[in-house]
Design a protein around this ligand. Structure first.
Ligand code: SAM
Length: 250
């Protein structure tokens, strides 16, 4: 029966395309891509000849309708984004919801995701982690967001772009309580992959010591607030509020 396949693509290393992702993409008549121009070379590389349709954050509703029409005609569709897993700090969640609500199968393929890739090499013992994605771009909103996270006993995982990496690492050091470890995972799976692990308080200096360290794509991971921190009661209170509301925060 026809299905919407959610297909991760590599973060930068073509070798990370899975066998199953290639098979699915070769067998579906339609691929919905966040940016068809961006995905075309990748699809060509893997011998994918499907028709492309655009499904990005500005046309998700219309794209969902188009995809539902294809599914109703018995044709499967694969969803890809520019890199990594669709819907993770990427468009697609609304499309998935619409497709399921229309009664069609949604089939997720496991594969590349920058957050999980970075976590696997972080060496942070964390039974729990909170995936935050991108912090707000504006300083005041970023600080407010971080204050909500400051006392949580979870490892925190952020995505960041090069032009905001210094501001974000400075804000993390300023707003998060207690002695923490910071992991700066840069250019994962690519030629200049760098994974720096050190005290949160030293992160900004490490980045500033070499402009090359500020280039590329970043995952930032901060270890959870220490349980012995003086902010324990506040942390427990915030946690109860968050859990009552349902994560994530803001
Ligand atoms: N859907 C993707 C995923 O599954 O990871 C994330 C898409 S989001 C628009 C792009 C962000 O992911 C980048 O700004 C960066 O924070 C992170 N990212 C993507 N590729 C990366 C890489 N090779 N190394 C480090 N971070 C990466």
């Amino acid at each position: 029966s026809p299905a919407l396949y959610v297909v991760p693509t590599p973060l930068g290393n073509l070798g990370d395309m899975t066998q199953r992702a290639i098979e699915v993409l070769r067998n579906v008549p339609w691929v919905a891509a966040e940016d068809t121009r961006h995905s075309a070379p990748l699809l060509r590389h893997f011998g994918v000849t499907a028709h492309l349709l655009a499904a990005h954050e500005h046309n998700e509703e219309a794209a969902a309708q188009q995809i539902i029409v294809r599914l109703a005609a018995g044709e499967s569709v694969a969803l890809v984004t520019d890199a990594g897993t669709p819907t993770i700090s990427d468009p697609g969640a609304r499309l998935v919801a619409r497709v399921r609500a229309a009664g069609f199968r949604v089939v997720p393929l496991p594969g590349a995701c920058a957050a999980v890739t970075a976590l696997s090499a972080a060496g942070i013992e964390a039974p729990h982690f909170l995936f935050y994605g991108f912090l707000p771009a504006k300083a005041a909103q970023r600080e407010r967001a971080l204050r909500d996270l400051a006392s949580l006993p979870f490892a925190l995982v952020f995505y960041e772009a090069p032009h905001r990496i210094l501001a974000s690492v400075a804000a993390l050091a300023q707003e998060l309580r207690g002695q923490r470890t910071l992991v700066i995972a840069r250019e994962l799976t690519k030629v200049f992959e760098t994974i720096h692990v050190g005290p949160l308080a030293d992160g900004l200096a490490w980045l500033e010591a070499d402009p090359d360290r500020q280039r590329g794509e970043f995952v930032l991971i901060v270890s959870g607030a220490p349980a012995s921190d003086g902010a324990d009661d506040e942390g427990a209170r915030v946690l109860r509020v968050l859990l009552a509301d349902g994560l994530p925060v803001r």
